[in-house]
Design a protein around this ligand. Structure first.
Ligand code: FES
Length: 156
């Protein structure tokens, strides 16, 4: 049964049916949402000390801070400044420049394949930042990570 058939079965017609359909289409019945297999990573905000943008990247994320707590779990990622930090399914951290080398779109971590993709034109990068699929031609910059307690340092 389609959405329209269902609404008609409720006795809705004419202007009422149009109103319900318009509201549904504009607000709540989109097929987008929680079915996205590679959701956009959250952006780390507070709980960051140091420099997370530019050419002198060296910062520390406090994983006890709610903004960064996502990284306490394997298979997750977040963006902090110019860097995307992922925690793969083995619990290892990977930090790469977030901007796709094709046209600058923020890449997404894919835990299942332990790699990164750019949704803009489909480029893919391995966990070392290397290009595995174009159109990007250049690697993402990889940063070092060290975990001390619940403090994750990311640096060049
Ligand atoms: S901007 Fe990433 S593939 Fe084009």
């Amino acid at each position: 049964m389609t959405r329209i058939e269902f609404l008609k079965s409720l006795g809705l017609s004419g202007a009422t049916l149009f109103s319900v359909l318009a509201t549904c289409t504009l607000e709540s019945c989109s097929s987008k949402g929680n079915d996205d297999p590679t959701p956009t990573p959250p952006t780390g905000g507070t709980g960051v000390t140091g420099t997370n943008t530019g050419s002198n990247i060296d910062f520390t994320l406090d994983l006890n801070n709610a903004s960064n707590a996502n990284l306490k779990n394997n298979g997750t990622s977040l963006v902090s400044g110019d860097v995307i930090i992922a925690r793969n399914n083995n619990g290892d951290f990977v930090a790469l420049s977030k901007a796709c080398t094709h046209q600058g779109t923020t890449v997404n971590f894919r835990a299942g394949s332990n790699d990164f993709e750019c949704r803009n034109h489909g480029s893919e990068f391995n966990a070392n930042g290397g290009v595995t699929k174009g159109p990007a031609l250049s690697a993402l910059k990889k940063f070092n990570t060290t975990l001390s307690g619940t403090n994750l340092r990311v640096f060049a």
